[in-house]
Design a protein around this ligand. Structure first.
Ligand code: AMP
Length: 395
């Protein structure tokens, strides 16, 4: 599989699939431009080579052509970030865009209108992919966030560039970082899995058990395990129908020599609220009427020890209800432990929507080795699935 460095883009038109699916305020100001900034290294390299750039992306989930989902709203921000005036094509197919692409000069950047204004994008329509493909000389995929979708612009299009296709810098970095955890990892490897439910993480757990030495379980998931082991969990969240599965995971981990670390104490609350009364108790002695909402101090001390000894760390999911300040301590502490271990030479990868949000909220992003940009895509890779947008490059 080729990367950007394998090509010289001089006088070539690079057709790049980016993920510019950014959030707006009510006046259509971009409120978080991370995804545009993330694509900049790829765009810069192509321009520096003397090439031109055609950017294609989706934005939201429009039903047909809806103005509020137009990519015209991001032109100003994109121009500022890229340091050049981004041209905008008010459609992604048809004569206007064909002409704009044909007339594009080296150094220029053209942004196409939202691909999802056509249902052919998500259905993976071959004719639509072929039309898009006709706009550029080299296809670059730099959209990790949609790599798990077999859409026209992320997957089908690759077949029209038998030789001239490559991953962008961002996508290559995502794959490299995941491989550092799943394939060429330095031991001991620790996975921290938190969040609300066992059911949403079960396939990840099953797939990574072969690749790790320690698994730290936290967050709401904890209580399904604790109850299955005979503990009292009060009103904490629990998936009763997953208790048997939890016991099976523990058995499997033992067989595979993976050490499981469950919290030993919890911050419990008398209601799901930041104003709740709280106390700290053993994880298996939670009184009725109370619920566990964050990891307790003894749990954090044990987690710290494991994290400091680890050489590779994967973090997915918060340790508590970090959205409420009263129950954010566990997640913040964990972030700090991982930051400290990373400073000591460990490789840390944070992925999955809520842990990424937590790391950003608490200013820990620069202290992690890598923070993934693709929630769903990252989870599917951790589940051991082949992503269509990546597999298309092997064909
Ligand atoms: P997930 O999307 O599965 O990673 O879950 C993330 C959510 O889990 C966050 O919104 C947290 O507030 C929530 N969460 C973490 N710990 C707990 C807990 N002990 N009880 C209820 N929800 C929790």
């Amino acid at each position: 599989m080729k990367t950007l460095q394998d090509f010289n883009f001089k006088n070539k038109k690079a057709l790049i699939r980016v993920d510019f699916n950014v959030p707006f305020d009510e006046h259509f100001n971009v409120t978080d431009a991370t995804r545009i900034e993330a694509a900049k290294p790829t765009i810069d390299k192509i321009i520096a080579d003397g090439g031109s750039v055609i950017l294609m992306s989706h934005l939201g989930r429009p039903k047909g052509k809806e103005d509020r989902f137009s990519l015209k709203h991001i032109v100003k921000t994109a121009s500022e970030i890229l340091g050049t005036e981004v041209q905008f094509a008010s459609d992604c197919r048809g004569d206007e865009v064909q002409n704009a692409a044909k007339n594009l000069q080296p150094g220029e950047v053209l942004l196409l209108e939202n691909l999802r204004f056509y249902k052919e994008e998500e259905s993976g329509d071959v004719a639509f992919a072929k039309e898009l493909a006709s706009l550029g000389d080299i296809y670059v995929n730099d959209a990790f966030g949609t790599a798990h979708r077999a859409h026209a612009s992320t997957t089908i299009i690759a077949r029209f560039f038998p030789e001239n296709k490559c991953f962008g810098i961002l996508l290559a970095k995502e794959i490299e970082s995941l491989n550092k955890v799943l394939k060429n990892s330095e031991k001991p490897v620790t996975a921290v899995l938190g969040g609300s439910k066992v059911s949403s993480k079960i396939t990840v757990i099953e797939n990574i058990l072969d690749k790790i030495d320690h698994m730290i379980i936290g967050g709401g998931m904890t209580f399904t395990f604790v109850k299955a082991l005979g503990g009292k969990i009060g009103n904490s969240i629990c998936e009763d129908d997953k208790m048997e599965l939890a016991l099976e995971i523990l058995k499997l981990a033992k067989q595979k020599g993976v050490q499981i670390h469950l919290p030993v104490d919890m911050v419990i609350a008398d209601s799901f609220s930041n104003d709740a009364k709280t106390q700290i108790v053993d994880v298996d002695k939670i009184p009725d009427g109370w619920q566990g909402l964050d990891a307790g101090p003894k749990s954090l001390e044990a987690i710290r020890k494991v994290i400091m000894e680890s050489k590779t760390i994967l973090w997915n999911g918060p340790l508590g209800v970090f959205e409420m300040p009263k129950f954010a301590n566990g997640t913040i502490s964990l972030g700090n432990f991982i930051a400290e271990s990373t400073a000591n030479g460990a490789f840390s990868l944070v992925g999955g929507g809520d842990s990424v949000a937590a790391v950003k909220q608490f200013g820990l992003e620069p202290k992690m080795s890598y923070v993934s940009t693709g929630g769903g895509a990252m989870l599917e890779m951790l589940e051991g699935k082949s992503l269509p947008g990546i597999a298309a490059f092997a064909e």
